[in-house]
Design a protein around this ligand. Structure first.
Ligand code: FRU
Length: 326
């Protein structure tokens, strides 16, 4: 392997439209600064499986050394993944899975556990009795399947808890709005909403507030992002009863990509733990996150200062070489 070889990595994302995926994208740039020999090209399929299949094939034609893929649903993009695998191109799946394909490594949250913990927490909030609305993600995406299954398994021990409506909100606020319209149209009685992400949970809250029903219902979301618009703030504001911190996974993926490309040992399955955030944890997380942001700013400033010194050194080195040869 020649010294200074640049590794070309293709990152195929099923979507970048939501704040969780956007946060992942921002973090990539930061993380890549530590790996100057890796170069990343990003393609966004906007939730379209055929488009994602096309992107992966394009990456193969472009001769990528490794692929990072966040698939849309479990039954998509199989031919292109199989082709990549048979060509010996390492594949890291991130966040969502594809069923029945071979891959090099997976990085994601334990979505069954998120659903299970959400179900336990819901049972606790309801004291073992009540009606639940479930607003799911995209049909067929692995976090939707696993969060839903975990949730049902946990509440199944409470015979007086019923899921009165379970619909796909497609991970988006307008999807959640449609589900809530149906709830009102059908005049359903409900005590709690479990939304598969915070975006939909926040929309459910807005909808209930608009309809004057927000005091009658507790809402649980998933993602738990810090910062304005994130789920942690919604818990602090009392809009959500709880969320789950579903950590952005891209930094871990970049680290694993590095190990694979440099033939270092790595784990095939990498589950990043997700934790329940209720009001008591939300305040602590918010202040810790502000501290992390301040540290990040200082690191950024030091990096700029270091870059200036390096370029001064380079100039002086060139002047010296020039003086020596002339
Ligand atoms: C973003 C997102 C997150 C969710 C994850 C599951 O696209 O919807 O909100 O936790 O995907 O894949």
């Amino acid at each position: 392997e020649p010294i200074n070889k640049k590794f070309h990595i293709g990152l195929s994302l099923c979507t970048t439209s939501d704040i969780w995926k956007k946060t992942n994208l921002e973090l990539i740039q930061n993380e890549l600064r530590f790996y100057p020999d890796m170069q990343l090209t990003i393609k966004d399929a906007n939730g379209n499986c055929e488009e994602q299949e096309k992107h992966i094939n394009e990456f193969l034609n472009e001769g990528m050394d490794l692929l990072i893929i966040s698939p849309n649903i479990v039954n998509s993009i199989k031919p292109s993944i199989n082709k990549a695998y048979s060509l010996g191109i390492p594949i890291i799946l991130i966040d969502r899975k594809v069923i029945g394909v071979k891959y090099t490594s997976y990085v994601g949250g334990d979505n069954y556990k998120i659903g299970y913990d959400a179900g336990n927490y819901a049972s606790l909030l309801l004291n073992g009795k009540g009606n639940i609305i479930e607003i799911k993600g995209v049909k067929g995406s692995s976090p939707t399947i696993e969060r839903s299954k975990g949730f049902r398994d946990a509440i199944s021990i409470c015979p007086d808890i019923n899921i009165v409506l379970s619909e796909f909100g497609n991970w988006q606020s307008n999807g959640a709005e449609l589900v809530m319209q149906k709830v009102i149209r059908e005049n359903l009685k409900f005590d709690l909403i479990f939304a598969h992400n915070d975006l939909m949970a926040q929309e459910a809250y807005r909808f209930l507030k608009k309809s004057g029903l927000n005091n009658k219902c507790q809402i649980i979301g998933v993602d738990g992002l810090p910062g304005p618009g994130g789920g942690i703030q919604s818990v602090i504001d009392g809009q959500l009863k709880a969320t789950f911190y579903y950590p952005p996974q891209i930094e871990e993926v970049i680290r694993i990509a590095y190990k694979i490309l440099h033939k270092l040992p790595y784990d095939k399955e990498n589950f990043i733990d997700a934790v329940l955030i209720d009001l008591s944890k939300a305040e602590v997380l918010k202040s810790q996150n502000m501290q992390v942001e301040r540290l990040q700013e200082r690191i950024d400033k030091q990096k700029i200062a270091l870059d200036i010194e390096i370029s001064k050194y380079e100039t002086q080195r060139l002047i010296l070489i020039f003086a020596l040869v002339s």
